[in-house]
Design a protein around this ligand. Structure first.
Ligand SMILES: Cc1ncc(COP(=O)(O)O)c(C=O)c1O
Length: 374
């Protein structure tokens, strides 16, 4: 997502000849909707993550919504979500008729759903919780799995930030996003990866209206009549998205290495100037966040913008957004503190060592200018 106005955009797609060839291959095939490219991407993605099944859908949000459907969420069921996440995690719960219950993150150093806080918020109405693998590092998968097992609740992984990570799939389903700023980009797109055949079958059906067959089956002449087993939707990805996904997946390890190297350089350059969350925990390095004193955060960002460095905030706390004004406002002090202090710096595979050094210097200058050091 290159905006020419920024010398250093937050993210940038790493596309080349493989992606161009992939799109042309689809155009030449004359089959644009869900078909062989989707099938191939799903099986390559499942294999790359060592998870039994992968089902591609139109977005990370669709992945979350269909995964909640596959858990048979009933109206009024409570689903615990972290206060620190992209709003889609909570919106999916609301849109499937559930009630989001916000829980805190572990700490500013570990901005992941806190196992103890989830335990405190369990009620007889709790149906599930969703953990977010934030910024390219994983939440406490072992602790969350044990909690889910001990209390007989389901859990999902919002894996939008961690394509390529290992150890995923302990939950009922891991939900990925391939949105334009993610580590694996198809423009729009998402994936549900699961070790449970029942969930894979269900989301495969739900993404295409609940039908018992796909259009490609009819086109191939293998099946004609169909039944509709439940009320599904249209979350079918296109062949172009899947072909882009395959090209991107083949480069994912190399891109991840470049992201990790850029992040390591940031940490080396900035560790004495700012607090850097999740150091040493980054499995695939999606975001480069730093924490500065809350009262100076916006001034530091303004100074960085003036230097041509795009920044962002991942994320404002969801329970403080207007759409959630009616939801019981749980105290989530760590998430609130984190959200007030965090700044996201550019991180993408095209970032050079010189770029990281220049951005780091700009951040140091900005801090010196507004007096926001640690
Ligand atoms: C943590 C998180 N969850 C969910 C989503 C939703 O994914 P999508 O934009 O593909 O619907 C995103 C990304 O946008 C995200 O960052």
């Amino acid at each position: 997502m290159t905006d020419k106005a920024w010398r250093y955009p937050l993210s940038d797609i790493a596309y080349g000849a493989a992606e161009r060839d992939a799109v042309l291959r689809v155009l030449h095939s004359r089959w644009l909707t869900m078909g062989p490219e989707v099938e191939a991407f799903e099986s390559e993605f499942a294999q790359a993550h060592n998870i039994a099944h992968a089902v591609m859908v139109t977005s990370g949000t669709a992945a979350l919504e269909l995964a909640l459907d596959a858990l048979s969420l009933r109206p009024g069921d409570e689903v615990i979500v972290p206060a620190l996440t992209f709003v889609a995690t909570a919106n999916a719960v609301v849109r499937r008729g559930g009630v989001p219950i916000f829980a805190d993150i572990e700490s500013c150093a570990r901005p992941f759903l806190c196992v103890d806080d989830v335990r405190r918020r369990l009620t007889p109405r709790t149906r599930a919780f969703i953990a977010v693998h934030y910024g390219g590092a994983c939440a406490d998968i072992v602790g969350l799995s044990a909690l889910a097992r001990d209390h007989d609740v389901a859990w999902l992984e919002d894996a939008a930030h961690v394509p390529g990570a290992s150890g995923l799939g302990a939950s009922a389903a891991a939900c990925f996003s391939f949105y334009g700023n993610k580590n694996l980009v198809t423009g729009e797109g998402g994936m549900i990866a699961t070790n449970r055949a029942d969930i894979a079958d269900r989301v495969r059906r739900l993404r295409t209206h609940g039908l018992t067959r796909r259009s490609i089956d009819a086109a191939r002449g293998s099946v004609d009549a169909y039944d509709v087993l439940e009320h599904g939707t249209n979350a079918r990805p296109s062949e172009i998205q899947a072909a882009l996904g395959r090209a991107q997946l083949s480069k994912l390890a190399a891109h991840t290495d470049r992201r990790r190297a850029a992040r390591a350089r940031y940490v080396a350059r900035l560790k004495d100037d700012v607090v850097i969350p999740a150091v040493g925990l980054e499995t695939v390095a999606h975001l480069q966040t730093v924490l500065v004193p809350a009262e100076r955060r916006d001034e530091v960002r303004t100074a960085l913008h003036a230097a041509g460095v795009q920044t962002s905030v991942h994320y404002p706390c969801v329970h403080q957004l207007a759409a959630y004004a009616g939801v019981a406002r749980a105290a989530c002090p760590n998430a609130v503190r984190y959200a007030a202090q965090t700044i996201t710096l550019p991180l993408h595979p095209g970032l050079t060592t010189d770029d990281v050094d220049t951005i780091s210097n700009a951040l140091r200058d900005a801090i010196a200018h507004v007096g926001a050091g640690r």
